[in-house]
Write a protein that binds this ligand. Structure first.
Ligand SMILES: Nc1nc2c(ncn2[C@@H]2O[C@H](COP(=O)(O)OP(=O)(O)OP(=O)(O)O)[C@@H](O)[C@H]2O)c(=O)[nH]1
Length: 178
């Protein structure tokens, strides 16, 4: 039986769920039931921060523009609403804008609004990223596939970003719980 409390005799899969699923041969129905149970007492927020990270010239801004182009297939009324709600702020190392994703036909959740933080990828700015990491943010890390072949430095960069996200988010939780 799946559960979240070790003390109750159920298996604790909160730490490494995927390994536990595989090791214990859980059935799909059990996994789905467990996932649904996690959603009990949760509240749906249709807004989320999305951060684009990575070295310079790795296509972060191009990706953002591609997201927005896809949204432009919306009908006119929705487009007008999007224009109204889209704000852009440009700082020297950061552009903040909104992207409304409204392709959610199978749910009644409605459109999801992403507040996108597009950081400049220059090396000297990268140490600043981590001060803005939070738990409830979706992160996209961009890199050049061609650089990956040339050296392992890009792998180290990605690894460092992931570690910083993990550390910053844990630290944030600790502050909240103190
Ligand atoms: N080959 C290739 N080029 C791309 C791709 N995406 C973007 N580019 C090009 O890469 C260059 C940099 O793209 P940007 O989107 O400005 O990159 P960025 O990461 O926002 O750059 P910074 O703001 O300087 O950090 C542009 O000339 C793009 O046309 C891609 O998928 N493949």
């Amino acid at each position: 039986m799946l559960g979240t409390q070790q003390s109750t005799g159920m298996i604790d899969i909160t730490k490494e769920p995927i390994s536990s699923f595989i090791a214990n041969n859980y059935r799909t129905a059990e996994i789905i039931a467990y996932m649904k149970s996690l959603c009990d007492d949760t509240k749906i927020y249709n807004k989320m921060r999305l951060m684009l990270l990575g070295n310079e010239q790795t296509g972060k801004t191009s990706l953002l523009q591609a997201f927005k182009r896809e949204s432009s297939n919306m009908n006119n009324a929705q487009q007008n609403q999007r224009k109204k709600s889209t704000t852009t702020r440009n700082f020297p190392i950061l552009d903040i804008s909104e992207w409304i994703y409204d392709k959610t036909p199978r749910t009644s959740l409605g459109p999801v609004t992403f507040r996108i933080w597009d950081f400049g990828g220059e090396q000297e700015f990268q140490s600043v990223y981590q001060y803005f990491f939070t738990r409830r943010t979706l992160y996209i890390i961009c890199w050049k596939m061609t650089e990956y072949d040339m050296n392992e430095q890009i792998f180290e960069t990605i690894h460092n970003i992931l570690i910083n996200i993990q550390v910053s988010c844990c630290f944030f939780s600790i502050i909240l719980f103190l």
